[in-house]
Design a protein around this ligand. Structure first.
Ligand SMILES: [Cu+2]
Length: 252
């Protein structure tokens, strides 16, 4: 059985990643039945995708109504070529497998998958199928992670590249001795511009190398930084104790 072998290889590569502090709000995707819901009609659940402070994504399947004591598999699929209202209908290839799991005596199961953000970004994590380990062709549940736009009869992924939420330009004023506003919530890809409206020398430094790092700024200077990774960024002026702020960056 090729699909099962493929799944086993994928599962071997998937590392469980527990215990990191949470950095961004979770996205929750409900599972739905493939129609008509003849297969395991009691099955239900949701997929929760969280970006951790480490930058990795964690996907959690929480399922109920499965056949008790039965082995299941779940995979991320890329968006396929079939047009449809949902990514679930697009018939795309497997991109990433969840660890194999078994429903308990009550028909419940939960399983976690950790992956680098670029693996689940864009088209690589369009939908998640849950199916019986004994019969990969029967798929009781699917959760669409990407929405699908039907263009000229062809499915197109709707993601950060194809139909982005507008990138916004955010401004922070530097005064003597504070940042105004000191906190911002933005999306991945947004640019923040600091403008020096004070009189004495300041700078913008970050506690992470992936964050903003300006040189000395003087009255009238600006410094811009584009946030490419979700997370919480603490920024500060290295000259003035207590002159700091926080930018929270979430996936769009
Ligand atoms: Cu300063």
């Amino acid at each position: 059985m090729l699909p099962r072998l493929f799944a086993r290889i994928l599962v071997g590569c998937a590392a469980l990643n527990l215990g990191f502090s949470l950095a961004a709000p979770a996205a929750v995707y409900p599972f739905r039945h493939n129609l008509p819901p003849t297969l395991e009609p009691q099955a239900a659940g949701q997929l929760t995708v969280q970006t951790l402070a480490s930058g990795r994504t964690e996907s959690l399947l929480s399922l109920s109504g499965l056949t008790p004591q039965t082995a299941y598999m779940a995979h991320y699929h890329a968006l396929g070529a079939q047009p449809g209202a949902s990514a679930c209908d697009s018939d795309g290839p497997v991109t990433l497998g969840f660890p194999a799991f078994k429903a308990d005596a009550q028909g419940r199961a939960s399983v976690k998958l950790s992956a680098a953000p670029n693996v689940l970004a864009g088209n690589a994590g369009a939908y998640v199928n849950v199916h019986l380990a004994s019969d990969p062709a029967s798929v009781p549940l699917c959760a669409a992670v990407l929405k699908v736009a039907v263009l000229n009869g062809k499915a197109a992924p709707v993601n950060a590249k194809a139909a982005p939420a507008p990138v916004s330009l955010q401004k922070i004023s530097i005064i003597d001795n504070a940042f105004r506003p000191p906190t911002l919530s933005i999306k991945v890809g947004d640019t923040v511009t600091w403008t020096h409206d004070g009189q004495i020398t300041h700078n913008v430094k970050s506690t992470t190398a992936a964050g903003p790092q300006s040189g000395d700024l003087h009255h009238g200077d600006t410094y811009s930084f584009t946030f490419k990774q979700a997370g919480t960024y603490l920024f500060y002026c290295s000259y003035h104790e207590g002159m700091s702020g926080t930018i929270t960056v979430t996936n769009r």
